[in-house]
Design a protein around this ligand. Structure first.
Ligand SMILES: Nc1ncnc2c1ncn2[C@@H]1O[C@H](COP(=O)(O)OP(=O)(O)OP(=O)(O)O)[C@@H](O)[C@H]1O
Ligand SMILES: [Mg+2]
Length: 267
């Protein structure tokens, strides 16, 4: 179980995240939603300590991770892998070597520097690629791949860290709708297959509804919605998104009046 307890992040006078308390059972797929500036990224970044909480605690499996430093902090970051909107691959390296970078916590850096990865690391990386049907791309340069392929390579790189939690910050925001679904399918597959806990910031409500077990809605740094996706009514979504509502809510197009219907009925 991941526990966030009174988690707050202040930047000067503004609170990016304010007094967030959440309990996430291991293995749950949580979507974090809310308008721009609501605090979604800051929340995720505090979990893996890319942002230091101003107050509050993060606990995983009963142990506090706020306050860890040095080797213990590095180990925590290995256990909660982060996936970003911009993939962050090394473009000139091939796919296999990009995935292998996820093994750095297990293997001395000099081996990575001269690409002398142990055989076991190579087979773990290939297995991860194979798991997402990407093994044939192993020798390709990362910058020759499509966005959707690059994000799946980034997911493989996260996977070979052997994490327990995946923190994905708008992982499909740069992708077209088809690739967005392929990448969400990949996240769902590793969530279900490996029992990984996933926290995923999402802009699209459709994807949030289709892929998440639970939605956490944020507004002005606070959690204002926390329930199963089916409980997010259109009214609740409009309240959450305010001015951005029409961008994220796909409503059925209004019926177009037909010519016949607009003609006066025959007597
Ligand atoms: N490093 C920082 N310094 C100062 N203010 C920050 C910093 N990071 C975030 N903020 C502020 O904190 C608030 C929350 O930002 P955050 O990036 O977490 O929002 P978000 O929900 O991820 O938004 P988006 O959907 O646009 O990505 C915003 O008002 C933002 O300006
Ligand atoms: Mg963000």
């Amino acid at each position: 179980m991941l526990v966030l307890d009174g988690l707050t992040k202040a930047y000067g006078g503004t609170h990016a995240v304010q007094d967030v308390g959440l309990e996430v059972p291991a293995g749950q797929f949580v979507g974090v939603i809310g308008r721009s500036g609501a605090g979604k990224s800051t929340l995720l970044r505090m979990i893996n300590r890319l942002a230091e909480p101003t107050t509050g605690r993060v606990l995983w499996q009963g142990a506090e991770v706020t306050g860890l430093s040095g080797r213990k902090l590095r180990d925590w970051r290995r256990r909660c892998a982060m996936i970003f909107q911009q993939f962050n691959l090394v473009g000139r390296l091939d796919v296999l070597n990009n995935v292998l970078l996820g093994r750095l916590a297990y293997t001395p850096f000099w081996r990575a520097a001269i690409k002398a990865w142990p055989r076991e690391d190579r087979s773990i990386a290939l297995a991860a690629l194979d798991h997402l049907d990407m093994a044939v791309l192993a020798p390709r340069r990362a910058d020759h791949l499509s966005g959707g392929q690059q994000q799946r390579v980034a997911i493989c790189r996260a996977l070979v860290q052997e994490p327990e939690i995946i923190l994905a910050d708008e992982p499909v925001a740069s992708l077209d709708p088809r690739n967005a679904r392929i990448v969400m399918d990949a996240l769902q597959r590793i969530n279900r297959h490996f029992g990984l806990t996933v926290l995923c910031n999402l802009h699209s409500l459709d994807l949030a509804r289709d892929y998440c077990d639970r939605l956490v809605g944020m507004a002005a740094g606070r959690v204002v919605f926390d329930d199963v996706p089916a409980a997010l009514t259109e009214d609740a979504a409009r309240e959450l998104y305010g001015m951005e509502a029409d961008e994220v809510i796909d409503t059925a197009p209004a019926a177009i009046p037909t010519l016949a219907a607009s003609l006066p009925a025959h007597a």
